[in-house]
Design a protein around this ligand. Structure first.
Ligand code: UDP
Ligand code: MG
Length: 316
């Protein structure tokens, strides 16, 4: 087995302005841990100079650096999956490239792994993101807590540590759309959480638009729960019962009070309300079906154009 203790997996998408500061702090804090480590950067099809900067860093520290270059933009979670497939350490830590999570806290995660935990989640001490992200992620957090079996305090924080066993299990999964912290959690036997620092993005902007955040949250909800589907079966049953009662009431009313033609706009209101619910339900159904469609096509999750790594250390 490998003697490598730690693999750090970092997805990179258009982070040219942040990378030099990241290298500076990351390698310094990893060297200070005095253990055998490797850093795996995955360039997720950046359109700026990130790939060249990563290649230069590989040549500066080839003993501990590996760079996977994607042929296009496949998304943060697939980039991490590629990192997992290549990681060789006993413990695997994921980290964002934007320095929002301080690399100095990797030691805190490792200490919990040494205490026998196989999954170390993280909670951001004071989160420094825009206000609408706070509100939205609190809402999604509590929804996830209710409809899935995944329990974590702060689902949005990607800086986490996973054991070799968990990463091996993830490597056996072929799902196209996933949410790594939740997938890993579902395989964990002894999970724990630690509080870590959080900083504003070092430079550049968040790579997630509102649209891609919504997509990501659908991946989380549909990937780990069928409660949204069941919710619509339940709602359908309730609505049918309600309309059954209404029919009975109208029948009785027709017999004793005669025909009624009033209430036209109430009827419209009820119809539009039900139409809205039906459309929403079809949409939810579509989210699942679209994902099934992606799964059955079974296209590759990502395409690697090149890997920069030390041949002596490398094994594929
Ligand atoms: N990222 C990526 N591919 C993408 C989007 C983001 O590899 O399509 C990387 C990005 O470079 C960063 C991490 O994922 O290292 C988190 O992205 P970001 O900081 O923009 O997300 P936020 O912190 O706003 O949730
Ligand atoms: Mg960030």
């Amino acid at each position: 087995m490998s003697a490598l203790k730690l693999s750090v997996v970092i997805p990179v998408y258009n982070e040219e302005a942040t990378l030099p500061a990241l290298f500076d702090r990351l390698y310094r804090s990893l060297d200070a841990l005095h253990c055998a480590y490797e850093v795996i950067f995955i360039n997720d099809g950046s359109r700026d100079k990130s790939a060249a900067i990563l290649a230069a860093q590989y040549h500066a520290r080839p003993d501990v650096t590996r760079v996977i270059l994607f042929s296009g933009n496949f998304g943060q979670h697939r980039a991490i999956l590629a990192g997992f497939a290549h990681a060789r350490g006993e413990c695997i830590v994921t980290l964002d490239a934007d320095l929002q999570n301080p690399p100095e806290d990797i030691g805190t995660l490792l200490a919990e792994m040494d205490n026998g935990h196989d999954y170390v989640g993280s909670i951001r001490r004071q989160r420094l993101d825009s206000w609408w992200r706070h509100v939205a992620s609190r809402a999604m957090n509590s929804l996830r807590e209710r409809i899935t079996r995944i329990h974590m305090t702060d689902q949005g924080c990607m800086m986490r540590a996973y054991s070799r066993r968990i990463v091996d299990t993830i490597n056996q999964c072929n799902e196209m759309h996933t949410f790594i912290p939740a997938l890993a959690y579902s395989f964990a036997q002894n999970p724990t959480e630690v509080t870590i620092g959080h900083e504003a993005r070092h430079s550049g902007e968040s790579k997630y638009s509102l649209y891609s955040l919504i997509r990501l949250n659908f991946d989380l909800m549909t990937g780990f729960s069928v409660v949204p589907l069941q919710f619509f079966s339940m709602l359908g049953m309730l609505v049918s019962m309600g309309s059954g009662l209404l029919v009975a009431y109208l029948l009785v009313r027709r017999l004793f009070l005669g025909p009624e033609a009033e209430g036209l706009f109430t009827l419209f209101a009820i119809t539009f309300f039900l139409l809205g619910i039906a459309l929403f339900g079809i949409g939810i159904l579509g989210e699942y079906i679209g994902r099934i469609y992606h799964e059955v096509r079974d296209r590759p999750r990502y395409v690697i154009s090149a890997i920069l790594q030390n041949e002596v250390a490398g094994h594929e």
